[in-house]
Each structure stands twice: as C-alpha cells, then as structure tokens.
Write a protein that binds this ligand. Structure first.
Ligand code: ATP
Length: 237
C-alpha cells in the first residue's frame, strides 16, 4: 500500500509542556484514518504541526514522499493537503459563496473551479440554498459544512479534519459523518481527529488511540471498536 502521509518521531513542546512525545503513524492513500483520545491527548496539536501552524521540536513529516516538515500550510494546500481546523473558522462577514471561492486561492483554471463548486453544492445542498447568506449567521452545523466545503475547493488529495462533530446536535453529527464518507468515496484520503470515537471508528479503516502525547493503541478500526479496553476507556455506552 502506498503511504501518502508519514509522521516520524514527532515531538511538540509548548514552553515547558512536552505535549507530543515521539508520535509515529502513517496514512495510506485512499484510507480514512482516525486519531482518537481524551481531551488534551494531543490530537489537535498533531494536525496543527502537520500543517505548520505550530512548530515541532523534533521529528519528520513526509507527504507523498517529500519531507514537508518545514513547509508552511499554504504550500501544503497547493500540494494537495487541506486542513479543516477545530472550531471551523469561517469568514463571518463574507457570504457562503465568497468563503468557498477563497478556498480555491491556489487554483487558476476557472472552469475547474466551477466544477468543484458544483461538486460541493452537490455534497452540501444546504450551502447552495444559502450561498448568499453571510457565514456568521449560519448554524454551527452549516458552518462546519462550509469549512469542509472551503477546504474541498482546493481540490485536495488528502484532508485533515479536526473534530468536525464538535458541538453539533446528533442530527448534524450524522449528516457530517455521511458527508465525510461521501468525500472519501470521491477519492479523497482522510485523517480524522475526533472525540466522538464511536462514530469515527465506524467510518475509519484504521485508528490510533492517543494518550498524553503517545500512541497507546493502534489497529483496524473495527477491531478497536470491539476491544473491551477501548470500549471501557473511550466509547460511552
Ligand atoms: P481536545 O480534544 O481537548 O482538543 P487534544 O487531544 O486535541 O484535546 P491538544 O489540544 O493537542 O489536545 O493539547 C495537547 C496538550 O498540549 C494539552 O495538555 C494542552 O493543554 C497543551 N497545549 C495545547 N495548546 C497549547 C498552547 N498553546 N500552550 C500551552 N499548552 C498547550
């Protein structure tokens, strides 16, 4: 299997806090891989380090065979790696359409941009309905859809999703997970960080369980879903 992303011996410090302590994991092309774990385990820090938002003190990040450890996020976007950060961060005073178009800033071919826009409106009919609404007035779930749609406008080969279900009502959570599966079926590799471990394991191929900056367990998502230790610690029943 071809690896698209490999993280080797990653260490992150925030001042005196050693938040990530030598992480090793990889994602194969075409997979959905999930990082699960309790609050503060280091999931968000890991994604932010991959996309260069925070520096790492040691380790390597290899994307499509290239060491991208020192590359800023916008360069990664043009290489096909998009990040949907925690908390959505849409541009509140711009419309849905304007937010989506900003996601295409690395692209030039207007016909292909138009095709991506149509594909996104197809995945997210609600964004089409609300394309002229300012993003700040969307519901939390709609803002999550917009943040994901904006990332897809860069036509990524791989997408990093940070807690897409955070703060959403159960109906929206189901909708967001359905959409993640559709995005994956359209050929995009997914690295998903989630506190909703149950849902994440249901759609993922493989998973890594993080605990205070280390990988505690890893395996096929289905195996972890039925592991009594994982069920007791991470899955509320
Ligand atoms: P959550 O699910 O709560 O978002 P997480 O698994 O994503 O948690 P991180 O947010 O990556 O965890 O945090 C990992 C550790 O690093 C935590 O102990 C956190 O307090 C610490 N940390 C994160 N950001 C900072 C920061 N800017 N300054 C200092 N410590 C930080």
């Amino acid at each position: 299997m071809e690896q698209i992303l490999e993280v080797k011996n990653l260490h992150v410090h925030y001042g005196m806090i050693h938040a990530i302590k030598g992480l090793d994991f990889h994602v194969n092309k075409g997979e959905i891989v999930t990082l699960i774990g309790a609050n503060g385990a280091g999931k968000t820090s890991t994604l932010q380090t991959i996309t260069g938002l925070i520096p790492h003190s040691q380790g390597e990040i290899i994307y499509r065979g290239e060491n991208v450890s020192k590359l800023p996020g916008y360069k990664l976007v043009s290489k096909g790696l998009a990040h949907v950060p925690e908390g959505r961060r849409v541009f509140a005073s711009l419309t849905v359409y304007q937010n989506l178009m900003l996601g295409a800033y690395t692209r030039k071919n207007s016909k292909e941009i138009e095709e991506s826009l149509n594909m996104i409106y197809h995945h997210f009919p609600r964004l089409l309905e609300r394309k002229n609404q300012v993003a700040g007035t969307l519901s939390g779930g709609e803002q999550q859809m917009l943040a994901m749609g904006r990332a897809l406008m860069s036509k990524p080969e791989m997408i990093l999703l940070d807690e897409p279900s955070m703060g959403l009502s159960p109906i929206y959570v189901n909708e967001i997970f359905d959409i993640i599966q559709k995005i994956h079926e359209s050929g995009v590799t997914v690295l998903l960080v989630e506190q909703n471990a149950n849902k994440a394991l249901m759609i993922a191929d493989r998973a890594y369980v993080l605990e205070t900056g280390n990988i505690r367990l890893e395996g096929k998502a289905g195996d972890l879903l039925s592991d009594p230790q994982v069920r007791a610690a991470y899955l509320s029943e």
